[in-house]
Design a protein around this ligand. Structure first.
Ligand code: GAP
Length: 455
């Protein structure tokens, strides 16, 4: 059964995963906050990424750079010149669209990435592409729309104080490449990973948390010698696919790999492969793996006047490192995980909504519950002990059936019930989220049992 986005959004909101931003003031368009459970999933996802791509990789180190950088960074990176979208207005209903997306949504096989504004305008005219809102073909000329959020630093709001919110975390890494390499005495090849907020004044945000103006990225810039014969692009592509399948447990059938055409490549890229996820509203980019060559380091070297070359200790040669960049959005990845996990099941005694989240991403892995008030003290004691080693919650309101449904709805893999027999047999009932099977487990063995099941 096809997942309906409205149902998923309503569910995530009602269970405390995602709230509309600034809701009590009527909201702020396309902004979302992560509720108590969403914050847990987000933190767990970031930790999994950090562990896999930074801490447990033999080459890599981490960084945490600023959101606001010297504006020269954006001049060097090309963002001030190139980071804009072709904007078109409907003269009839005044709605605003991205000209390239209007075409690609109608002609799904077409890729208009490298087209000029004139080409886009002509195509829209000749193919009578209409405004999705009012169905008229009556558009303005295309204007380029700068995607970077602009603000002022300090008290004087003049041209000299203009700064930008970073549109990607990558540039902070390039700017600190030399410091990181020197202080950690790193030899090529090595990578620098970073997780942090990015901001883009998107013309057409939407599809819930898929495209927003404020989001987080998890980016790795992997530096290597240009003459290095190892295929590092393939190495990182394989790592990303491994992470998706084995760490966050994505179903293979839900994503596809797409190589960018030459005319579609970003201004900095020599090669790009996107991992696209089959979202309910269409297939969309989840993770991009780009070969950025020495574009960024050579630009920063030129604009800053600093020597960013690497002195090869083996050959005594000096050269600029080349870069492979796997880059993914935290919220986009969460959306894919939510889409994959949400299930509605018909049971003999009604329906249940269950979030089959991977155990590693579930907000709670264990819920402890007393069957009745009389078992509350005993259950709470067990809860406190479990809490030392597991992400546990205590659930005592409503009948036991309701409590199971509630934990299913937020994806808790195991529920532990303390009942009338516990006092005598020193056992509890453990229920599995996915199979709903129940087992009696002795309290003494409980932590080992859960440890095995959740590993
Ligand atoms: N440093 C390269 C870079 O930023 P990108 O393809 O523009 O490349 C990388 O972005 C990833 O960041 C995307 O694959 C997507 O997961 C996420 N992303 C980009 N724009 C986003 C937005 N407006 N909202 C949410 N996620 C976004």
């Amino acid at each position: 059964m096809k997942l309906e986005m409205e149902k998923l959004i309503a569910h995530l909101k009602s269970q405390g995963f995602v709230f509309q931003g600034s809701e009590i003031y009527g909201g702020l368009a396309n902004s979302w906050d992560y509720g108590p459970l969403g914050a847990e999933v987000k933190n767990k996802l970031k930790k999994l990424w950090w562990d896999f791509f930074v801490k447990r990789n033999p080459y890599n180190i981490g960084l945490d750079s600023s959101i606001i950088l010297n504006p020269k960074v954006w001049e060097a990176s090309g963002h001030l010149g190139n980071f804009n979208d072709p904007l078109i207005d409907c003269k009839s209903c005044k709605s605003r669209w991205r000209a390239d997306k209007l075409i690609e949504e109608k002609f799904t096989d077409l890729n208009v990435g490298g087209w000029s504004n004139e080409q886009l305008e002509k195509f829209i005219q000749e193919n009578a592409i209409i405004c999705p809102k009012c169905q008229k073909n009556d558009f303005t000329q295309i204007r380029q729309f700068a995607l970077m959020f602009k603000t002022h630093q300090g008290v004087v709001e003049d041209e000299g104080s203009v700064v930008y919110l970073r549109p990607e975390t990558a540039q902070g890494i390039f700017v600190q490449y030399k410091n990181s390499q020197r202080t950690l005495r790193k030899k090529l090849p090595f990578g620098i990973g970073q997780i942090g907020k990015s901001f883009r004044n998107e013309i057409t945000p939407g599809n819930f948390i898929f495209r927003t103006r404020e989001f987080e990225q998890m980016e790795l810039e992997f530096f290597f010698a240009p003459q290095d014969e190892k295929d590092w692009f393939q190495y990182w592509l394989d790592k990303v696919v491994y992470f998706l399948e084995n760490v966050v447990k994505f179903d293979k059938d839900n994503f596809v790999l797409r190589e960018h055409e030459k005319d579609e490549l970003a201004h900095y890229a020599k090669r790009t492969v996107d991992i696209e996820y089959k979202f309910p509203f269409g297939t969309g980019e989840l993770w991009g793996i780009a070969h950025r060559s020495d574009f960024d380091l050579s630009q920063h070297q030129k604009v800053s006047g600093q020597d960013l070359t690497y002195l090869d200790p083996n050959t005594n040669e000096k050269y600029l490192a080349h870069v492979i960049e796997p880059s993914v959005g935290v919220e986009r990845m969460m959306l894919a995980i939510f889409c994959q996990s949400y299930e509605e099941e018909q049971l003999e005694n009604g329906e249940r909504i269950v979030m089959k989240l991977p155990y590693t991403l579930a907000p709670y892995t264990v819920a402890v519950m007393p069957l009745q008030k009389q078992q509350k003290d005993e259950a709470f004691k067990i809860f406190e002990e479990i809490l030392e080693d597991f992400d546990a919650t205590f659930d005592e309101t409503g009948n036991i059936g309701k409590r199971y449904r509630r934990q299913d709805a937020i994806g808790t893999p195991y529920c532990i019930t303390v009942d009338f027999d516990t006092e005598n047999d020193h056992c509890v009932t453990v229920r599995n989220r996915d199979t709903m099977e129940q087992e009696r487990v002795s309290i003494a063995e409980l932590k080992t049992y859960l440890g095995n099941k959740l590993s």
